[in-house]
Design a protein around this ligand. Structure first.
Ligand code: TYD
Length: 208
């Protein structure tokens, strides 16, 4: 009766807010959920996260980065996701392997197949039962982030916005490649509607 659900999308898609609200709703209805995130989710994986996201690590090679994400993912699976699945829980995970395929494989240019093969080693082929893709135009997502932080909307340089377009394009291509597990959520809608769509998608996949 377990379900492994991953939340994917670009910056400012609202997936993390939606995850929180969905968890509250599922719990209030009596479902046994586990909320977690990547990179991180366990002490060892969080340490790896700090290395990856440390702004001082300017010399980080793209392949090193992809390997670290995969290492963090592996540890998180072993310590948290697999045990929860075994206990029959509903795992709600903020980002998973598709983020590596979209960011490192697509946008960073390492190639989807290269990044997939590293991740097949790391995960032993553990794919989510359901992947919710919170899809939004990068311009709109980045504008939301700027507003949330109470900053003026920054002028984004071309390279940056192109990177985000690359991420989005790759996510959408992954949804075509894996139609049996992907559901695309229109993240430009109100948060209430986004949560409802995500809830409906989860209910449809819920084992009976
Ligand atoms: P985080 O602060 O958790 O951001 P978000 O709220 O967008 O999830 O930072 C995670 C960042 O790491 C995010 O920019 C996406 C990136 N990332 C990858 O590039 N590859 C991966 O495999 C994962 C899991 C995340």
């Amino acid at each position: 009766m377990s379900l492994f659900v991953t939340f994917e999308g670009g910056e400012g898609s609202g997936k993390s807010s939606a995850l929180r609200l969905l968890d509250e709703r599922l719990r209030s209805e009596g479902f046994d959920t586990v909320v977690t995130r990547e990179p991180g989710g366990t002490p060892i994986a969080e340490q790896i996260r700090n290395v990856i996201l440390d702004k001082a690590n300017t010399k980080m090679d793209p392949r090193t980065e992809a390997l670290l994400y995969a290492a963090s993912r592996r540890q998180h699976l072993v310590e948290k996701v697999w045990p929860a699945i075994k206990e029959g829980k509903i795992v709600l995970c903020d980002r998973y392997l598709d983020s590596s395929l979209a960011y490192q494989g697509g946008a960073r240019g390492l190639g989807i197949e290269n990044v997939l093969s590293v991740n097949m080693f790391a995960t032993e082929g553990t794919f989510p039962d359901l992947t919710l893709l919170f899809d939004i135009e990068p311009e709109l997502g980045l504008e939301r982030i700027a507003k949330n932080a109470n900053r003026e909307v920054n002028r984004l340089d071309l390279e940056k916005i192109e990177f985000h377009h690359g991420v989005r394009k790759t996510f959408l291509s992954l949804a075509e490649r894996y139609p049996e597990r992907f559901v695309i959520i229109d993240a430009s809608q109100t948060l209430e509607k986004v949560v409802q769509d995500a809830y409906d998608a989860i209910m449809k996949r819920m084992p009976r």
